[in-house]
Design a protein around this ligand. Structure first.
Ligand code: ADP
Ligand code: MG
Length: 223
């Protein structure tokens, strides 16, 4: 199964909207959570209700924090960054999570380090989202192979996992807001990822085989 991910117009609009809404909701949500914690201490016997409300609040919080990662044009700072240093930073950041899930990173960093013009934090977010999905696709562990290729005026970054794979009908829906097959997923990771890649004039290609694994190839112009 293979699909070329093309960015749609609605993502930019969604980005502006999302940031606005998320900011508006976050403050009252934080206040509610605080008072809720105080209440919980005094109402021991209704403990399970509190747990339900609390986990639902946390879920809203998670969705908002992911929405906030959508386009914030005025804060974007684009400069040439080494792809390899980005990948090193991101894999270091995700190391504990990987180890806890029996996942290993096979990171091939070649001698020549290509650079791309990007906003460092946004690009890290792209790589984090892709690697996290890889980890989550391998419930009993496995390896995530990360490779870079110097392809003329382009840099290719490939992430390959040994996970559940993605069926053809689901590949088409990747990047759709709130589309998730996970019980605790937000379905926002890939929307944000594709949006950032689009803003950096990059392309994404997803190839997957059910029960074999998934390969995600991201291409950018060299800086
Ligand atoms: P979430 O991770 O919160 O579900 P994403 O937008 O990151 O949201 O991913 C959407 C869906 O795409 C996932 O729920 C999963 O079904 C599928 N998916 C993404 N990456 C992978 C992968 N590497 N392997 C298998 N399925 C994947
Ligand atoms: Mg995800």
């Amino acid at each position: 199964a293979e699909a070329l991910m093309l960015q749609s117009e609605k993502l930019t609009v969604a980005g502006q909207l999302a940031a606005g809404i998320a900011h508006e909701i976050r403050n009252p949500l934080t206040a509610i959570k605080g008072f809720f914690k105080l209440l919980e201490r005094e109402m021991e016997e209704k403990k399970e209700y509190f747990h339900i409300i609390e986990s639902e609040l946390s879920r809203i919080e998670l969705i908002l924090s992911e929405l906030l990662l959508l386009a914030k044009p005025h804060q974007v700072y684009v400069h040439p960054v080494s792809v390899h240093s980005l990948l090193k930073d991101v894999t270091t950041l995700l190391e504990t999570q990987a180890i806890m899930n029996n996942v290993w990173f096979d990171l091939k960093l070649k001698a020549k380090t290509p650079t791309i013009k990007c906003d460092e934090n946004q690009m890290k977010q792209v790589f984090i989202n892709l690697i996290k999905n890889g980890i989550e696709a391998m419930p009993s562990g496995g390896t995530i192979y990360i490779d870079t290729e110097d392809a003329g005026d382009e840099v290719v970054v490939t992430f390959r996992d040994e996970g559940t794979g993605i069926s053809e009908d689901i590949i088409k829906r990747l990047g759709e807001p709130f589309f998730t097959t996970k019980t605790t997923g937000t379905g926002l990771g890939l929307m944000i990822t594709f949006n950032i890649i689009k803003n950096h004039h990059g392309t994404v290609n997803v190839t997957s085989e059910v029960n074999e694994g998934t390969q995600i190839e991201v291409r950018f112009q060299k800086a």
